[in-house]
Design a protein around this ligand. Sequence first.
Ligand SMILES: Cc1ncc(COP(=O)(O)O)c(C=O)c1O
Length: 386
Amino acid sequence: MHSLDGFAAAKLAALERAQLRRMPVVTMRAGIWVERDGRRLLSFSCNDYLNFSQHPQIIAAAIDAIKNYGIGAGASRLVTGNHALYKELETRLARLKGTEAACVFGSGYLDNTGIIPAVVGADDLILVDELAHACIHAGAKLSGARVHLYRHCDLRHAEAILAQHRAGKKRALIATDGVFSMDGDIAPLASLSDLARRFDAWLLSDDAHGLGVVGDGRGSTFVNTAANAKIDVPLQAGTLSKAVGAYGGYLCASRAVIDLMRTRARTFIYSTGLPPAIVAAAIAALDLIERNPGYAAEPLRKARLFTRALNLPEAQSAIVPVIVGDAAAALAASDLLRDNGFLVVAIRPPTVPAGTARLRFAFTAQHGDDDIARLADIVRRQVSRR
Ligand SMILES: Cc1ncc(COP(=O)(O)O)c(C=O)c1O
């Protein structure tokens, strides 16, 4: 056996023993229903919060774009991949987020791995919420800056790190999810913004799970603010792959910052532009979000039906975790729900910290209230929570 294959096989065997091996399973999606391994299941494991990935108007916009522009973008946006639809999408994103400008990236993951190294480097400091998404951690590491993790949403800890380490560094960045992807809670953005100002640090929030769902669909910088006010977050990143139902990432910021990204962010420069159809779909979806904030409120309403039924802390977003402990217990709970007709995928380390394996429930606008009640009933009676 080649030594590389031996290495891979040994790694896989160890993961298998710890119940941590993962395998993609072919899944046919039709709205909130999926077909997997020959079973039809009601899915609570999809980030398509507004069910826009299958919306007829959005599909029609994508088909039109294919007819007009073809399939692929053909090159990086700085070469010839910057088709005409980008301008419209970036204008809409900036308007929705209340910033001067916006820049679209190839994905949410590519956002943070491009944005962070474009603003901080070896002489600088980054504070990252310990539960921030993997791409924020990856971007922080890639930047070469000194990285400190602060305890989840713990402002005092973040302040202590800044007090101890800020003075010796040129620039400082605080990076967090807006809505946390595996916990569903919202970062204390207003307080983080104050803290950043006090220590001359910049704040980046990744609102992958907030756009289209919280703050009248405008995201977590608009939660608990007066009408048309927003929390001052100079780097507002996010993705078009969740509530928007399409694909791609974005940064909304000042004109100067966006211009800097376009010329310095490596994931923008060295990666092919998005397919025109995807950009057209995102434009159509943002249009629906802007015109119908009531619809954007539905996933949170559904999540709250579930948390109330189970006496859990009230949902802050469309994501509700039910923590069961170890990986084997999470897999068993997921199997149990599957046998009752639901798809709720088990989330295991390293995606979440050891000992906090969980069922992650994602609610969408089209989930039925009765189905949610039945799901909650099964969880209450049959899933042991930690
Ligand atoms: C907080 C957060 N940021 C970024 C991403 C990555 O986004 P994308 O799937 O568009 O690469 C995700 C999704 O998995 C996420 O949850």
